[in-house]
Structure formats: structure tokens, C-alpha cells
Design a protein around this ligand. Sequence first.
Ligand code: MTE
Length: 316
Amino acid sequence: MLIKREPEIRSSEITPELVYRSRREFLRTAGVGAVGLATSSMWLGDDLAAQAVLANVKKSTYMVADDKPHSYEDITSYNNYYEFGTQKSDPARYAGQLTVKPWTVKVDGLVAKPADYALEDFIKPHQLEERTYRFRCVEAWSMVIPWVGIPLADVINRVQPDGKAKYVEFTTLMRPSEMPGLRGGGLDWPYTEGLRLDEAMHPLAFLAVGLYGKELPNQNGAPIRLVVPWKYGFKNIKSIVRMRFTEEQPQTAWNKANPREYGFYSNVNPTVDHPRWSQATERVIGQLFKRKTLMFNGYADQVAPLYKGMDLKKFY
Ligand code: MTE
């Protein structure tokens, strides 16, 4: 995501991304283990073995047919999580310090069962399934990611929104002592996002708690984040602490920051350019050539009916 304002983190604290990546490349080829370094938690995020295994994860039928998932390394080192800084390498460097246990999700608004739910009660371990989805960032790059989690509809059915609820708003944790990026980043914190209730109930909408069969690393939004694969990445809000059911369309962090550039719907759409760049093609991380962006990120067969009769140039 591009905001024109400068980050307020001192430049001496930022490792340029290329230096950071090549240093890790060097350490890997030189055979230096993550544990041996012990200098900072940034290295632990690299290590798939460091994350707890999630038991009894079912394989889902919602797979991407033609693409192989990106590596754990790619998925956990090239991130957007502005609460930890605006550089792609900041989340992997700084998110390790975030405390994610215990975790509570507040459910409120127009709902029959409002409560502060402990994460263990919110996401039942026996329901977990793996879903490999395409992920398309509004910055025109993409990856393929094997998430673990449960359908968002399962949670919504349990908390029972009432007849007036038309939207659901999500809010991210705001903890300045552990999130250095809250000092800058150009957003009106806390980060919020929203979906229309029928979008949220769609079987593809997912709440992820894991990646590659293990608990989510902090930089990817631990312990619980949203995954809506037909929308741009910024709808996929991380480290969720609240779900509020409303009658009115909720405000969202990026729409508030720049309404001309970031709409409420944010469906992947190759025919609607971002005001500052084209959305017709995308760079698949790790591949040399760009490829054509697909309508609804390739999920048109499943989700197009949600938007029947809507002008998607107006409701971008
Ligand atoms: N959620 C929060 N709380 N803060 C953020 O800065 N960035 C969004 C989204 N969710 C963001 C967030 C953007 S712009 C993208 S592209 C995705 O997270 C990136 O997810 P990833 O780092 O797991 O690839």
C-alpha cells in the first residue's frame, strides 16, 4: 500500500529490504541456523519449525488448481503489516515481540450472542481445514498461500446476527508498546475493515489461524486474520480483536485514508485501475514475467453472483 507520507521510524532502524534479504540469503547458504543467531526474534520468524503444529487439519476442496504454493520464506518475509512499519521486511523484523496468547475476540453490535470470546472457544480445533488460495495485493503482486482456519460463516452462524445486521466490521489490535509502526504509517488506528454480511457468509471467506499446517507467524496476522481471496489483500485484516455487526456500512482504514484510491468493496478487477497504476497485470512473487490479473482474482464463478446488477466501476 502506498501512502505518500514518510514513515516516522528513524531511518537508522530500517534495514533496506534488499540488504535484509541478501543477508538472509547469505546466512542460509552459509548454513547458519536461526537459533544460533539468537540476536533478535526476526530470525525466528523464518523458521517453520519454530511455529506450533496444528493438529488434525483437514484438506479442503478449495484449492488453486494450477499454481503451487509460494515458499514459507516468501510468505513470511514479504509482508504488509503497518502496525510494525511500512517496509515489506518490517513485519518479520518487529512482529516477533507481539504477545498473541491469551487472545480474545469481542463480538458485539446487532447479534444474539455478543461476548468476549477466548480464541480457543471462537475457533474450535477440530474444525480446522487447509485452504490454498491465490492472494492478490492492490500493489499488483500476488502469491499462492496454504492457510489453515475455518470458514467465516461458521463463526457468524454461531454468534447469530439479527435481522437488521447488514455488515460486519473487523478491528485489529492496537498495542503501542508492542507495535512500533503505530507511531506512523499514515492510517487512523486501529486498522479496521468491513464486509457486507452476504460476502462474509460466502463459503470462500475464511478466518485463518495457521499457515503451512502451523500456527500463524505474527507477521502474517497471528493469532487470527481474515482471508477473502477475491478481494485485494488489504481487506484481509490481521490480528482481529473485534467483530461488530452493523446496519450501516462500516468505515475502513484505507478508505478513510484515501477514499479515491481504496473503496469499500475492493474486489480484484483488471478493468478498474488504481488511480496511480494499472491493475490489468500482476507480478507473481518469484516469477520473471507478469501475468494477466483475473476478475475476482480467479474466483468469479463462485462470487460474481454477489455483485449482480452492481456497477463495479462505481463500487470499486
Ligand atoms: N492488517 C493490518 N492490521 N495491518 C496492515 O497493515 N495490511 C494489509 C492486510 N492486512 C495490513 C493488514 C495489506 S495491504 C495486505 S497486502 C495484507 O494484509 C498482507 O498480508 P500478508 O503480509 O500476510 O501477505
